[in-house]
Design a protein around this ligand. Structure first.
Ligand code: DGL
Length: 274
C-alpha cells in the first residue's frame, strides 16, 4: 500500500481513549503491551461516573463533550473504552467524528463466539449496558440458537473505583451476582464492562476455572490494530516516541493510584472541567 503524506502525518497522532473512570485503563494497558509505538490521550470522566445507571441521552451528551475536547488534541482514532457509553450510542459518535470510532461490544462478542463450546454464554455489565440488550442482539445476530444469561452488576464499578476489590464484602457481592450464572451452566463469560478486568481473580474464583472470561479490553485492541494497518495510520516510529497523556474531570489522585497499579508506572493526570 502506498502511504500518503497525510497518512504519515496522521500516523504520528495519538489514539484517544474514553471511559467514565479507571476502567478504560485496562484498554490502555493492552494497547501499551501490543501497540507500544502508539501514543494515547485518555479521558476519564471521574466526576460524573458511574455512567451505568444514567439514561442513554445523558451518557451520549457526556461522551460528545469528551469527543469535543479530544478533537482539539492531535488524535487519529477514538476508542470508546466503556461498554455503557458504547451501548448508549456508538453509531452517534461515529457520525460525529471524522476519525474512526470503535466501541467495545462487537470485539467481545466475536471472542465469546469463538471460545464457547456449549453455546451458553454469560454477559455481565452495568445496568445501562445490560438494560440496552446490545450484547444479546449482537450475539443473537451471529447465532440465534445461543443460550444467553445476562446480569447487571452495578456495584462492581464502585468496588474497583474505590479500591475495595480485595475485601470480604466484594467477595459476597460477587457471589450474589455471579452464582445465578454458574447455575445457568455458561462456559464463557463476557466481562461487559472495562472495569471488570480489574477484578478478574474474584470473578474467576466464583465462576470456576473452567469458565472462559472474555476481556473486552483485550479484544478491542485487535480491532484497533486492524483499523490502523488498513488505513495506513499505524505509527512507524520506535516505542521511545510514544507519549501518554491522562485527563480526568474529577480528582486526579485516586485515578493516578489505580493507574500506577495497573500500568506499573507513575502516571500524571490533569483535571479538566468540561
Ligand atoms: N467502564 C464502564 C463500562 O465499560 C462503566 C462504568 C460506569 O458505570 O461508569 O461500562
Amino acid at each position: 500500500m502506498t502511504v500518503t503524506d497525510e497518512q504519515l502525518i496522521n500516523a504520528h497522532k495519538a489514539i484517544g481513549v474514553i471511559d467514565s473512570g479507571v476502567g478504560g485503563l485496562t484498554v490502555v494497558s493492552e494497547i501499551s503491551r501490543r501497540l507500544p509505538h502508539e501514543s494515547i490521550i485518555y479521558f476519564g470522566d471521574t466526576a460524573r461516573m458511574p455512567y451505568g445507571p444514567r439514561p442513554n441521552e445523558e451518557v451520549r451528551r457526556f461522551v460528545f463533550e469528551i469527543i469535543d475536547f479530544l478533537k482539539h488534541q492531535e488524535i487519529k482514532l477514538i476508542v470508546i473504552a466503556c461498554n455503557s457509553a458504547t451501548a448508549a450510542g456508538l453509531s452517534y459518535y461515529q457520525r460525529l467524528c471524522e476519525q474512526p470510532v470503535v466501541g467495545v461490544i462487537e470485539p467481545g462478542v466475536r471472542a465469546a463466539l469463538q471460545h464457547s463450546h456449549n453455546r451458553r454464554i454469560g454477559v455481565i455489565g452495568t445496568a445501562g449496558t445490560i438494560g440496552s440488550g446490545e450484547y444479546e442482539k449482537a450475539l443473537q445476530k451471529n447465532d440465534g440458537s445461543l443460550h444467553i444469561a445476562s446480569k447487571a452488576c452495578p456495584l462492581f464499578v464502585l468496588l474497583v473505583e474505590n479500591n475495595l476489590v480485595d475485601t470480604p464484602e466484594a467477595q459476597k457481592v460477587a457471589e450474589e451476582y455471579l452464582e445465578p450464572l454458574v447455575g445457568e451452566g455458561v462456559d464463557t463469560l463476557i466481562l461487559g464492562c472495562t472495569h471488570y478486568p480489574l477484578m478478574t481473580g474474584l470473578i474467576q474464583g466464583v465462576m470456576g476455572s473452567s469458565v472462559q472470561l472474555i476481556n473486552s479490553a483485550e479484544e478491542i485492541v485487535t480491532e484497533v490494530d486492524d483499523i490502523l494497518i488498513n488505513s495506513g495510520l499505524k505509527n512507524p516510529l520506535n516505542s521511545n516516541s510514544s507519549r501518554y497523556r491522562f485527563f480526568v474531570s474529577g480528582d486526579p489522585r485516586p485515578f493516578e493510584e489505580v493507574g500506577f497499579k495497573l500500568l506499573q508506572r507513575e502516571i500524571k493526570a490533569y483535571q479538566v472541567r468540561l
